[in-house]
Design a protein around this ligand. Structure first.
Ligand code: GUN
Ligand code: ZN
Length: 452
């Protein structure tokens, strides 16, 4: 017999958020802003069971939902949660390491730090710090490298699960050109990754990425094992690094002399397809861009990392070409990258395009951080904007978060579209975690700025 306690409530509770809403329906790089950008200066977002039930002008929506309890974020701009397409949780504590470029930086700083993640308690402690840092910065989804140790992935997923986050992560596969204390083998990488996929992929909001670190640190046998896993689990991700630094490209071609270029190494093991995420792509040839486009693969553009490690200027214009577009996500790449903030990352992305004689509007960049990021992960049916049915991960932004920004943006949330675009651009160039007033995960307030 059912007791009253065991009876499900008759109707799930609705709640709603009032404020100014900005999101994207298409890519403003290719579709005019009038069709791609949605701006509602005074809107109401109705939430049900962690998902979006409705969004519209406040007055009209209030008539439709007269009873729903409302939280009003007055003078704030509400945008979809930011998506960081490539980041290492194991490099949190070595961010800002002095003086080296990629290969020396890995040997001198990265590998010794990643060794600490053999200890699961330590991994859990850093995962907790890392995830709290993401939420503080408005990042609600990230594609994350753990360390070579399976327990580092376990610790990460357990912490992400506790916070109900939509996260993609995987165990680094690495069986050569790294210290012995940090290597696996082709066989253990296969069996450990397989066990992690079976345990975690699709568990709550968590997804798995098969993660060979890069071609230099995997033998052909290990890359073959990665390809076999992808065949066996076609809906998991492939996540690795590609063509970041000149010395890396040269060493890769020495290790794989039969391959025509760097991308061809991954192609020859069946690793290039949609759901394949390649970080950097700074040194890619035209042919590699075209093949990435045809495969439906994704590049994670990591501007702060590419500048900090002296890797070079990513050719965003080429990736966004109409003829052969490549999916692009924006990424911090901490700890090669120098900030957890997607706003700071966006600011450096803008400067990279300037140095290439190009430009990047606030809307093009915010698209890349939200719907574009979701599309780059083939998750745009679930996250990325405020379309009905999607998961309600979103960020409440303060466009006057510092004295300088308050001076620059005298109206907290302009109702005029162009004025709002300018205020958002200012915050993208000057803003950081202080601009994040609150972060909601699946409709729940999960982070609130102490002064918000
Ligand atoms: N290539 C291989 N491993 C790494 C890493 O940890 N960081 C960066 N930036 N590039 C890499
Ligand atoms: Zn990286």
């Amino acid at each position: 017999m059912l007791t009253a306690d065991a009876t499900p409530s008759t109707k799930p509770a609705l709640h709603a958020i009032r404020g100014a809403f900005l999101d994207f329906l298409e890519d403003p790089y290719h579709v005019p802003e009038s069709e791609s950008v949605r701006y509602i200066p005074d809107g109401l977002l109705v939430l049900e069971n962690g998902c979006i039930k409705a969004l519209g002008d406040y007055a009209a929506m209030r008539t439709e939902y007269p009873e729903v309890p409302v939280t009003h974020h007055r003078d704030r701009l509400i945008v979809p949660g930011f998506i960081d397409a490539h980041i290492h949780f194991t490099q949190t504590e070595m961010i800002g390491a002095y003086g080296e470029q990629l290969l020396e930086w890995l040997n001198k700083y990265t590998f010794p730090t990643e060794a600490k993640f053999q200890d699961k308690d330590y991994a859990r402690q850093i995962a907790a710090f890392f995830l709290d840092e993401l939420l503080k910065n408005g990042t609600t989804t990230a594609v994350v490298l753990a360390a070579v140790f399976p327990q580092s992935v376990e610790a990460f997923f357990e912490e992400a699960q506790q916070r109900n986050l939509r996260m993609v992560a995987g165990k680094v596969m690495m069986d050569r050109h790294a210290p012995d204390y940090l290597t696996d083998t082709a066989e253990t990488a296969y069996t450990d990754s397989r066990a992690l996929i079976e345990r975690w992929h699709g568990c709550d909001r968590l997804l798995y990425a098969i993660t060979p670190r890069f071609a230099i640190t995997s033998t052909p046998a290990q890359l073959r094992a990665a390809g076999k896993l992808l065949e066996e689990f076609p809906d998991v991700y492939l996540h690795t690094h590609l063509s970041e630094n000149m010395a890396e490209v040269q060493f890769t071609m020495e290790l794989f002399p039969d391959c025509t270029d760097y991308l061809n190494v991954y192609e020859s093991f069946g690793l290039v397809r949609d759901r394949s995420i390649f970080a950097h792509g700074v040194q890619l040839s035209d042919s590699e861009f075209e093949r990435l486009s045809r495969a439906g693969a994704t590049i994670a553009f990591c501007p702060t990392s590419n500048l900090f490690l002296g890797s070079g200027l990513f050719n965003l214009r080429k990736a966004k070409s109409k003829e052969a577009p490549v999916r692009v996500g924006l990424a911090t790449d901490v700890g090669g990258g120098t900030s957890f903030s997607m706003l700071r990352t966006a600011s450096e992305a803008y400067k990279v395009t300037q140095l290439r004689g190009d430009r990047l509007s606030a809307f093009q960049t915010f698209y890349m951080m939200t719907l574009g990021g979701a599309r780059s992960l083939l998750l745009d049916d679930k996250i990325g904007n405020f379309q009905v049915g999607k998961e309600a991960d979103f960020v409440v932004m303060n466009l006057q978060s510092t004295p300088v920004l308050a001076l620059r943006n005298p109206v907290a949330v302009p109702s005029d579209f162009q004025a709002m675009a300018d205020a958002v651009f200012g915050t993208m160039i000057l803003g950081d975690e202080r601009a994040i007033a609150a972060t909601y995960i699946a409709g729940q307030l999960t982070y609130k700025h102490p002064e918000a």
